[in-house]
Design a protein around this ligand. Sequence first.
Ligand SMILES: *Cc1c(COP(=O)(O)O)cnc(C)c1O
Length: 364
Amino acid sequence: MKFNKKLKNISTYEAGKPIELVVREFGIKSEDIVKLASNENPYGCSPKVKQAVIDIVSKMALYPDDSMTKLKDALQDRFSIDKEHFIIGSGSDQVIEFIMHAKAGKKSKVLMNSVTFAMYEIYAKHVGAKVIRTSSQEHNLDEFYELYKSEKPEIIFLCTPNNPTGDAIDAKEMFDFIRKIDENTLVVIDGAYMEYGAYKDESKKVNPKELIEEFANVIYLGTFSKAYGLGGMRVGYGISNSKIIKELYKLRPPFNITTLSLEAASVAVKDEAFVNECVALSFEEMKRYEIFAKEKNIDIINSYTNFVTLSLNDNQNSTEIANSLLKQGMIVRDLSGYGMNSIRVTIGTSNQNSRFFELMNDLI
Ligand SMILES: *Cc1c(COP(=O)(O)O)cnc(C)c1O
């Protein structure tokens, strides 16, 4: 059967390996498997969320509230931004997909960092757009500006803090950069790890309210999959000018968020204390990775997220190390596909991290 030609050069996104796969492939008991591959919150979600989801289970027969009022009200309170500025997606991934379809097509260009979230490129290819990348590993806004001037992209993606490297852009510099961008170019600020970045360093903190008050051509993305501990619920959001939100809404399938997910996210936003506690614990544990890397003479990128990227030495191979760890029930992310001899490790609980150091000690 013949398929649409553009599918030919799209590779399927390789998600972090699920625990179930390691159980099947290596016969390891699921309770012995440690997954530090997808930057989920190892402490789970707020206990208040669990009770709220149990309480709403009886509503499963009915379609969800498609106005998503409860969640939008909660987000409105959280960000002090009126609810007409929000769109909710099945993960912020889905919002990226809407953005691409709304703004780009064949002959369009999409500008992004050399190393960044893989889904930007995949969605760009869905619409036949051309991907332009900078050359430096960390976001270099001067380079972004040069490429913006020469290539005239429809969309610019800035991922801060960035996945899979963990570095973050200075917020003031980012605002200065956006001031130089023409209003017909859409700037996407992906803040999937902003809860972590803002905690570690105030100068990296991007306030979506300030962004959308100053700029009509910016959309800010957030997710419940990381700090909020709701990866399995698939909820993310975009915050933007209401005109942009209206256009994106035309692309949204009805009932794209389930009743359980809406409830979980609505309750999760309100428990800021839980999120702050998890973020603080994550940075406490990150210190152990920094000490470990120093002991082993491995480079570690200064991270503003809940993961670290270990740049291995020439005599070490990231794919081999990730595979050896996998066979022992430890799932991490091999970054060879990004052209880096590195592994990305989500900061887990204290026990999970100890297990990682123990296994790595035997490998290197
Ligand atoms: C995890 C992640 C997302 C979105 O995840 P969803 O689960 O789809 O909300 C977006 N951007 C980056 C950089 C991420 O790491």
